[in-house]
Design a binder for this molecule. Structure first.
Ligand code: ADP
Ligand code: MG
Length: 260
């Protein structure tokens, strides 16, 4: 099977004043189309560094990254930039919207840059923004939108150009709880319907209930991967990666598990 995204023994070592920081350490993961994966772990565990490498924005020190079966490391910088514009959508913590373009124009920009903006593309931009709850704000400039609304525009922008892989770093960081649930739920639905591979970094474990798999990182390494739906639900409910071994669940797991 060919994965939308695959890393093989990927590491990133930063040189910081002569001492080496192993930010990502021998990570091998796979994500198929239609799968939505949460990347979690303490601050400094390497999540953003891994995401930046998956986005083709940062070169690994060693290892291989395949997107739709293509090896990013075998491309020239120009090839990788062109490939990224087609195949990869991402939203980072700072959303980088263009301040003088409206919400809709910011989303359409990805198509414009690829020379693919037409009537159908404009309609898709409207639909995506509408699904993310911004149907009334299509013509607003970023500074007229709340932080959360800006983040949702950035999510729409990450999806508009039909990418194989969608990467989101803390997409709910500036949202209130109810809005965060709505946004991640819509994001997960869109990823599955449109058959993309999605990875979301989140520090909010309640959000993992919308994902198919939880990858936990620590000190640059993959510490644990959870893919059992009942266990994911327990993590989301308890807000702790060791949810199933906690007394509440260890004592009487059955009723709780059947709810999921
Ligand atoms: P996370 O997103 O999980 O908080 P990061 O990927 O941002 O983790 O950071 C992982 C480790 O790499 C941390 O120890 C961080 O200080 C270090 N790091 C990140 N970016 C750089 C950089 N540009 N130069 C040197 N060290 C960095
Ligand atoms: Mg980070």
């Amino acid at each position: 099977m060919e994965y939308a995204l695959q890393t093989i023994n990927v590491s990133k070592v930063y040189d910081s004043d002569g001492s080496a920081i192993r930010a990502v350490d021998d990570v091998s993961i796979e994500v198929a189309r239609g799968e939505f994966v949460a990347l979690v772990g303490p601050s400094g565990s390497g999540k953003t560094t891994l995401l930046a490498m998956l986005a083709g924005l940062l070169r690994p020190t060693s290892g291989t990254i395949l997107i739709d079966g293509k090896d990013l490391g075998k491309m020239s910088d120009a090839q990788r930039t062109a490939f990224r514009k087609q195949k990869i959508g991402f939203t980072f913590q700072s959303n980088n919207l263009v301040p003088y373009l409206t919400a809709q124009e910011n989303v359409e920009l990805m198509l414009r840059l690829n020379g693919r903006l037409d009537g159908a593309g404009k309609e898709r931009a409207r639909e995506l923004l509408d699904r993310l709850g911004l149907g009334e704000r299509l013509n607003s400039l970023p500074r007229k939108l709340s932080g959360g609304q800006q983040q949702r525009v950035a999510i729409a922008r990450a999806l508009i150009h039909d990418p194989a892989v969608v990467l989101a770093d803390e997409p709910t960081a500036s949202l209130d709880t109810e809005r965060a649930f709505q946004v991640v739920e819509s994001f997960s639905e869109i990823i599955r319907e449109q058959n993309r591979a999605g990875i979301m970094v989140t520090h909010d474990l309640r959000m993992v209930r919308y994902t198919d798999r939880v990858i936990q990182m620590r000190d640059g390494r993959v510490e644990r991967i959870v893919s059992d739906p009942a266990e994911i639900e327990a993590i989301a409910t308890v807000g702790h990666m060791d949810a199933l071994t906690m007394p509440l669940f260890a004592a009487a797991p059955q009723p709780v598990l059947t709810v999921a």
